[in-house]
Design a protein around this ligand. Structure first.
Ligand SMILES: Nc1ncnc2c1ncn2[C@@H]1O[C@H](COP(=O)(O)OP(=O)(O)OP(=O)(O)O)[C@@H](O)[C@H]1O
Ligand SMILES: [Mg+2]
Length: 382
């Protein structure tokens, strides 16, 4: 088993991808903290981190900027990062979208017209829902600043990790798609037909609400039209950054059947898209067998110990379930390692508590950064 530091050797961007709830945010924060502890300047971009984790690292809820994690926290965890620094940020998708508009607008007037436009405000809130693309945008922006040795990107909660990779294509499809193009040509048939049919409705709305939506619409598409080229170009550069040899994807998954199958599909897609894969973190692994007596009947020994036959049977049954879970995990990890190579798979045990502060991340790092012989832990089924 490799250590994450070895897998990230020579890399400047690490993208932690995986399906919902597997531990992407935890892994991203732990990798960033671990690399900072090894003397690097690291920034981690998190998405919807658990509030306790965000609070404990001092990430501001608003602002969309990186904040330095207090070096005192490292000292308290018994770590001397030397010249290392950890910066953390919580992605604000809507604000990131506004920044993209600011950068792409040809002039200050167009920029203000778009940002204050009611249609834009609605649309951007909807598009910002495509957090995947906004995460890539922010990554691109911070990378362009060139202030960090390593950038670690957490990815949004999504049932399917593959959604992340599809984000630039989806955004371009929307921008270049028929629906938007119809409106971007103000003299085109679409706008004229729409204009006539809708103008009655809009004029009624204007009378009732005093808001002129048609004017907003025409103005928005007028101003936005000039920016499509900029968007396309930016999406292309974001795509290039993802494919850069200094970028690496780290797959985070659980050890059950479906997460492992998904991880394999994600890996195939990375290979097919020629995107750089560093390795997989199998998180929340159950280990059994430390007692060395899976097959033996534990009931008599437990009865003697506990003095209660019913309780002894329940404890033995619980242990048997746990051992079965552990051997199932083992089987799946072997399947994953056979496909990806043993050196590309890192295991992290299911800890018996949540990970919500720097010392929790340091605990995870005992496994992420352990090279050679596996560190194993007896974990308690929850
Ligand atoms: N190895 C572990 N042992 C025990 N708890 C863990 C471990 N890794 C993560 N957790 C806990 O599991 C929960 C989910 O983790 P996390 O938020 O990192 O997942 P995620 O993949 O980012 O989820 P989402 O897809 O919703 O963003 C958190 O409460 C975290 O503290
Ligand atoms: Mg998360």
């Amino acid at each position: 088993m490799a250590s994450i530091a070895e897998l990230l050797e020579g890399k400047r961007v690490c993208i932690c991808a995986g399906s919902g709830g597997v531990g992407k945010t935890t892994s991203a924060a732990a990798i960033a903290a671990g690399m900072a502890a090894r003397g690097k300047r690291v920034a981690v971009l998190t998405i919807d981190p658990a509030k306790r984790l965000a609070d404990s690292l001092g990430m501001p809820e608003l602002g969309n900027v990186e904040r330095r994690v207090d070096p005192e926290l490292f000292a308290a965890a018994g770590i001397d990062p030397g010249t290392g620094e950890l910066w953390a940020m919580m992605l604000d998708a809507k604000q990131t979208f506004d920044e993209v508009i600011r950068k792409n607008a040809p002039d200050a007037e167009t920029r203000e017209r778009i940002l204050s436009n009611r249609i834009y405000q609605q649309l951007s809130a909807a598009l910002a829902g495509s957090q995947e693309y906004m995460a890539m945008e922010k990554l691109y922006e911070i990378h362009a600043d060139d202030r960090y040795d390593l950038l670690v990107l957490d990815t949004p909660p999504s049932p399917n990790a593959l959604d992340f990779l599809d984000a630039p294509r989806r955004l371009l499809q929307f921008i270049e798609g028929r629906a938007l193009q119809v409106f971007l040509k103000p003299t085109g048939l679409g706008m004229r037909v729409f204009g006539r049919g809708a103008s009655v409705m809009f004029s009624i709305l204007r009378r009732i609400t005093g808001v002129d939506l048609l004017e907003d619409l025409a103005e928005f598409f007028g101003a936005f039209g000039g920016m499509v080229g900029g968007f396309r170009e930016r999406a292309r550069r974001v795509g290039e950054l993802l494919a850069d040899p200094e970028t690496s994807f780290v797959l985070v998954c659980g050890a059950q059947d479906e997460p492992v199958a998904q991880a394999l599909r994600f890996h195939d897609k990375l290979v097919e898209s020629k995107l750089p894969f560093a390795g997989a973190i199998v998180n929340k692994v159950h280990y059994g067998g430390e007692l060395g007596s899976e097959g033996a009947d534990l009931v008599p020994a437990l009865r003697a110990e506990l003095g209660d036959d019913g309780l002894a049977r329940r404890v033995a049954a619980n242990f048997a379930d746990f051992t079965a879970l552990a051997s199932h995990d083992r089987h799946n990890i072997e399947r994953l390692a056979a496909a990806l190579g043993t050196d590309a798979v890192i295991e992290v045990p299911y800890l018996d508590h949540d990970v919500h502060d720097l010392s929790g991340l340091v605990e995870i790092n005992r496994y992420l950064f352990a090279s050679g012989e596996k560190e194993r832990a007896v974990t308690v089924a929850r």
